[in-house]
Structures are given as structure tokens and as C-alpha cells.
Design a protein around this ligand. Structure first.
Ligand code: ATP
Length: 306
């Protein structure tokens, strides 16, 4: 069987070749036409979503038996709250979101969504309950309107535009000669990373899933774009159970809880303020990132002056 590596910042090159493909996570397996390792269990039932609470209960996980990735991991994302997972590269952050989508089964412990073990529910209903704002969005070769409406095909034009406003992308769209009818994607207008991400946020606002995963961009954006994205993300995650996979630390400051993952276990946990006071791993990561951002800004200023 094919061992499928499924980064959640999704396989752009595959999409690019698909003219009218489906972009949602839940459609990925059929798109790739590979047989997934994980199937619905006999007797699997639909997920009954309520408030969107997530619980990881003593979860162990390894891609290869010899190399454990997560060890005895327990945490809870209460309904409507935001929990951010941070930690060094390779600590297992994205693995957590893959497990929540049930791209893999845990080797011990359980993952519960609204009290139901996700191993016993149908994948279709599980994945329909989770919205994802990936770090690298690939758009359809179609209009801006189509790309946003994909989140909820029956949405009216007005609802599409309201979602775009909340996602901080409406005024940008209005600068395009054809506005919402402008063609985007590989064969249309080339949008910047930040613009594409905001279109994707608008789509997710329209879909309005009870649970949201934000896969934060790995690379730094310019500060204006970053601010716009932060505002847009704030809108989409408001009152929605949100798990932030933070490769950088920009979106975590406001999180209700930050979990610092190291060697597959929780090294520290708390709010941004509490963790800075601890002067541990998180504080060190925060300071390092601030220094790097500062250096990058100075370099950009110098280049600007030249
Ligand atoms: P980053 O911030 O760099 O994206 P991360 O914390 O999100 O890192 P993960 O992507 O969760 O890290 O990966 C955790 C570990 O699991 C890494 O050592 C990675 O090499 C390994 N890994 C990820 N996917 C697979 C796979 N399909 N098969 C085997 N090992 C994998």
C-alpha cells in the first residue's frame, strides 16, 4: 500500500494540473487517486457535531514503529477557544493536524471531537466538520467569486462579498478591473501569497465549520500583509474552536493556550504572558524570532535606501 505523505500545506503541483478539481481537504484522497491507508471502520457512524470540542487523550503516534513522534500527548481545545501548538521544526506540530483529520490512526490513546472517538466516525463527516486555512493556497482557474463561493456553493453574491469583507480581501478585489468576475489561478491573475490566503480565509468563513485548523505560514510576510492576515484570521476563528499550527509565532499571542511541543511531548503550556515569564523554551523561541524579524526589517530598509 502506498505510504502517503500528506503535508497539510497541500500539494500544489497536483492541484495545478486539475482544472476543475476539488480543493477541500476531505476530497484529497479521491483527487490523488491513491488508496488511503485509513478507511471507515465497519459500523462507523456520522459525527454528531455540537460545539466543536477537541480532546487529545494520551495520544501516542509514530509513522515508523522505530521512531515515535508523539508520546502520551493530552490536551483539550474547549469549544470556541483557540489553542496554538508551537515548537521546534520537526517536533510533530503538523502531525497533530493530520491526526485530527484522521489521515492516520493513533497508536495509543484517543482523539475525541464533541465526545466521539474520531476512529469510530465516518471520515466524510469528520472532515466536513473541520475547516482548514492552509499556508499555501492554490486557487481554481476561475473567478474570485467562484473561489470564495466554493466554501458554500449555495451562498448568495452578497454572502460571498460579506465573507470577503471579513477576510480583508474585498477592497483588493474592488481594485481588479473585473472585480469578483476576475479570473485567478495559474491561467488568470497571479495573486500574491497574502491575497491568496485571504481568499482562502473568505472561503472558510463562508463554509463556517465548527472546527478550524490554521496552518500558519512558515515564511515571514511583510508587516502590512501580516497585519491584514492576522485580522482576517481573527475573524474566521472568533467563537470557533481553533487549533493553530504555528511554525512561526505571530498568530499565537492571543491564543487561550499555547502548547510548546518538544520531542513529541508537552514541554511547556500557558498563555503568551505566562510562558514569557517562565523564560523557558517558548521565551527563547520568541526572542530568537523577534531578533530575526528585526534583522530582516533592517536589511529590507537598507535595500530600500539603495
Ligand atoms: P515544521 O515546523 O518544520 O513544519 P512540524 O513540527 O510540523 O515541523 P511534523 O511535520 O509534524 O513536524 O513532523 C514530525 C516528524 O515526523 C518529523 O521528524 C518528520 O520528518 C516526520 N514525518 C512527517 N511525516 C512523515 C511521514 N509521512 N513518514 C515518516 N516520517 C514523517
Amino acid at each position: 500500500m502506498i505510504q502517503l505523505y500528506m503535508p497539510l500545506n497541500f500539494i500544489g503541483s497536483v492541484y495545478r494540473d486539475i482544472k476543475q478539481g476539488l480543493i477541500d481537504v476531505e476530497e484529497m484522497f479521491s483527487l490523488l487517486e491513491v488508496e488511503a491507508d485509513i478507511k471507515d471502520r465497519p459500523g462507523a457512524v456520522p459525527l454528531r457535531t455540537a460545539k466543536g470540542e477537541i480532546i487529545f487523550e494520551h495520544v501516542d503516534f509514530a509513522y515508523d514503529k522505530e521512531r515515535p513522534i508523539l508520546r502520551d500527548l493530552s490536551f483539550r481545545v474547549p469549544s470556541g477557544k483557540t489553542v496554538a501548538i508551537v515548537g521546534p521544526s520537526g517536533a510533530g506540530k503538523s502531525t497533530i493536524s493530520r491526526l485530527l483529520f484522521r489521515f492516520y490512526d493513533v497508536s495509543a490513546g484517543r482523539i475525541l471531537v464533541d465526545g466521539q472517538d474520531i476512529a469510530g466516525v465516518t471520515q466524510k463527516t469528520l472532515r466536513a466538520a473541520i475547516g482548514m486555512v492552509p499556508q499555501d493556497t492554490v486557487l481554481f482557474n476561475d473567478t474570485v467569486r467562484y473561489n470564495i463561493r466554493y466554501g458554500r456553493p449555495e451562498a448568495s453574491d452578497e454572502e460571498v462579498e460579506d465573507a470577503a469583507r471579513l477576510a480583508q480581501v474585498h477592497s483588493f478585489v474592488m481594485t481588479l478591473p473585473k472585480g469578483y468576475e476576475a479570473l485567478v489561478g495559474e491561467r488568470g491573475l497571479k495573486l500574491s501569497g497574502g491575497e491568496k490566503q485571504r481568499v482562502s480565509i473568505a472561503r472558510t468563513i463562508l463554509k463556517s465549520p465548527p472546527i478550524l485548523i490554521l496552518d500558519e505560514a512558515t515564511s515571514a510576510l511583510d508587516s502590512m500583509t501580516e497585519r491584514e492576515i492576522q485580522t482576517a484570521l481573527g475573524q474566521v476563528s472568533r467563537n470557533r474552536t481553533t487549533l493553530v499550527i504555528a511554525h512561526r509565532l505571530t498568530t499565537v499571542v492571543e491564543a487561550d493556550e499555547i502548547i510548546v511541543l518538544e520531542h513529541g511531548g508537552i514541554a511547556e503550556r500557558g498563555t503568551h504572558g505566562e510562558l514569557l515569564k517562565q523564560r523557558g523554551l517558548y521565551a527563547a523561541m520568541w526572542n530568537r524570532q523577534r531578533e530575526a524579524d528585526e534583522a530582516r526589517r533592517k536589511l529590507a530598509d537598507i535595500e530600500h535606501e539603495e
